[in-house]
Design a protein around this ligand. Structure first.
Ligand code: UDP
Length: 325
């Protein structure tokens, strides 16, 4: 098949490229390298089935041409990372809203299937655990920059669903829960590569708040596998799926686990949220996915536990060196 991946040089996108190229597809990527990196895809550059375009998805003419050539579009290009979002809200809203609008509008012209990467962040401060796809979203006030990400992604979801309902352009929505793996950088705030880089570099592991907040970390390989299967499953069209794991761990325990697994002498430092992000920053205490829906449709289960994921991230960061700055 011919596949277009927006954000294909990013962390998740580049893993998707690897799997698709290995199974014989022709892959096109468009990426403005805002958070992606050439290193993530350079091993494919001499492959005649791999085509890369370093440009923004707001370049309509290029995007139109690429979408016309593709059988399936994986739309992964977005502003991501809580740190980046808090620091650059204009970029977050514009990229996530205008970018998705453009992708959907162009895909609709020839009714191309679009798989939209959304986020578990859309559940916001909800406390009805586990989060089911049909549950209410509970977002914070608009003067708290963090929520602009959830809100922009929620709007993307409405739009994708509307393109299916109103115009019969096939769309599938996936809400990704704290995806982790090699090539993810701590630069935009993601906690696992940050802790691993800090531990390996002998710097303090920076736990924000008291560290009681927890997350369910998900192996990138599981995410990529699910994305591909959902893209070719007709019952997935017009539906929303959580993709995550049951690997729930508090951030404090995560810090000590990383310290133990790396044999690091780094201290674990507790940093107030206001200092880490901004005054009035709101975190969510827990975020747990309901996985019944995706399991029932494609047999999805997560395959690697937290230790296994950390091991792979340690290996990767040791091999390529990575700083959190
Ligand atoms: N976090 C932390 N120290 C860091 C980076 C993140 O304690 O250096 C916390 C963050 O406040 C959140 C959790 O780790 O509670 C996961 O953060 P991440 O940005 O990876 O993903 P999120 O779940 O917030 O989207």
């Amino acid at each position: 098949m011919k596949i277009l991946i927006t954000g294909g040089a990013g962390f998740i996108g580049s893993h998707l490229v690897d799997v698709l190229i290995n199974r014989g597809d022709e892959v096109f990527i468009i990426d403005d390298l805002s958070t992606g990196s050439v290193e993530n895809i350079e091993h494919h550059q001499s492959n005649p089935r791999f085509h890369y375009f370093f440009d923004t998805i707001l370049n309509r003419f290029l995007l139109a041409e690429l979408i016309d050539r593709a059988d399936i579009v994986f739309h992964l290009a977005a502003a991501v990372g809580v740190k980046l979002i808090v620091e650059s809200p204009v970029r977050t809203i514009e990229t996530n809203v205008k970018g998705t609008e453009t992708v959907l509008e162009l895909a609709n012209r020839k009714k191309k299937t679009v798989v939209l990467a959304s986020t578990s962040e859309v559940y916001g401060k909800s406390t009805s655990f586990p989060f089911r796809e049909d549950a209410d979203l509970v977002l914070g006030a608009t003067d708290k920059g963090r929520w602009s990400y959830a809100c922009s992604k929620a709007l993307d979801e409405y739009l994708a669903l509307a393109y299916w309902k109103e115009k019969r352009c096939p769309t599938v929505i996936v809400r990704l829960f704290n995806t982790v793996g090699p090539r993810q950088t701590g630069r935009y705030g993601m906690v696992v590569p940050r802790f691993v880089s800090q531990a390996l570099g002998g710097q303090p592991l920076t736990v924000y708040g008291e560290g009681n907040q927890s997350r369910c970390f998900t192996w990138v390989g599981d995410v990529v596998h699910a994305l591909i299967q959902l893209a070719v499953t007709s019952e997935a069209v017009g539906e929303i799926f959580n993709i995550g794991s049951t690997n729930e761990i508090s951030i404090r325990d995560l810090a000590f686990l990383v310290k133990e697994m790396t044999g690091s002498n780094s201290e674990v430092a507790f940093i107030p949220y206001e200092q880490a992000y901004e005054q009035g920053f709101e975190d969510m205490n827990r975020r747990v996915p309901a996985l019944e829906k995706v399991h029932a449709l494609i047999g999805y289960t997560s395959t690697i536990d937290v230790r296994g994921i950390i091991e792979k991230v340690v290996e990767d960061i040791k091999a390529r060196g990575s700083s959190v700055e």
